[in-house]
Design a protein. Structure first.
Length: 225
């Protein structure tokens, strides 16, 4: 019953944020968006009994820096806040990558990509396509910043794939799906800001982003249930 109530509260926060995005209601967006990672991080900590301490720290700080990114992105029309948002999410992606590696190390099994490195070609191809499309639209600073961030988020997702066969199958599916949605969300941010406007971009970007964070959190918890 308690979990149902908690998820109901989360659903209200999500709906409020998406409605704010759809209506372009800045006030509603500024109220709801900061609550998303507070709920996700709080739920994770509340249900983290028995988790490896390093897993708990990496996930907790990943959610924290994602929250910083959310706050900065509320004011992303100002270039400096956009850069700070990118920097915060960059740290979060690195933390998630190390988190996924930690769960593999705990399992004691061989990482999937050591057995099937060919899957990395898909990540490299996707990254090159997006970066080439954006390249001429970026100034010198952003060329470097976007490249570094793209490498980081693709490494994060590759490490999620690397968990295949290293634990609970549902845990893998949730985390990997979350990582792909994260890549999709951030790719849409870059395309919308620098290349071409995406219709209803707020709904698509935030919808995939919220689902990504939620699935990663749920997937990590599932590994240890």
């Amino acid at each position: 019953m308690k979990k149902i109530l908690l998820h109901f509260i989360f659903a209200i926060i999500v709906i409020a944020d998406l409605v704010g995005e759809f209506l372009q209601n800045t006030q509603l967006d500024h109220i709801a968006k900061p609550l998303l990672l507070i709920w996700i991080g709080g739920y994770f900590i509340a249900h983290s009994k028995g988790l490896d301490k390093k897993v708990l720290k990496l996930a907790g700080f990943g959610f924290l820096f994602s929250w910083f990114g959310d706050l900065f992105m509320l004011f992303s029309a100002d270039f400096i806040y956009f850069v700070l948002g990118i920097a915060s999410f960059l740290v979060a992606q690195m933390l998630y990558a190390f988190l996924f590696l930690r769960t593999i190390n705990i399992s004691g099994k061989k990482p999937f990509l050591k057995k099937k490195p060919v899957w990395l070609i898909l990540y490299i191809a996707f990254g090159l396509i997006i970066y080439i499309l954006l390249f001429n639209q970026l100034d010198a600073v952003l060329k470097v910043a976007i490249f570094i961030y793209m490498v980081a988020i693709l490494i994060m997702s590759a490490m999620a794939l690397n968990r295949y066969g290293n634990g609970h199958p549902l845990s893998f599916s949730l985390v990997f799906a979350g990582s792909l949605l994260f890549v999709a969300s951030d790719s849409m941010i870059a395309i919308n800001r620098f290349l071409v406007p995406i219709p209803f971009e707020g709904l698509f970007i935030m919808g995939t982003y919220i689902a990504a964070q939620f699935l990663i959190m749920k997937g990590i918890l599932k590994q240890y249930e």
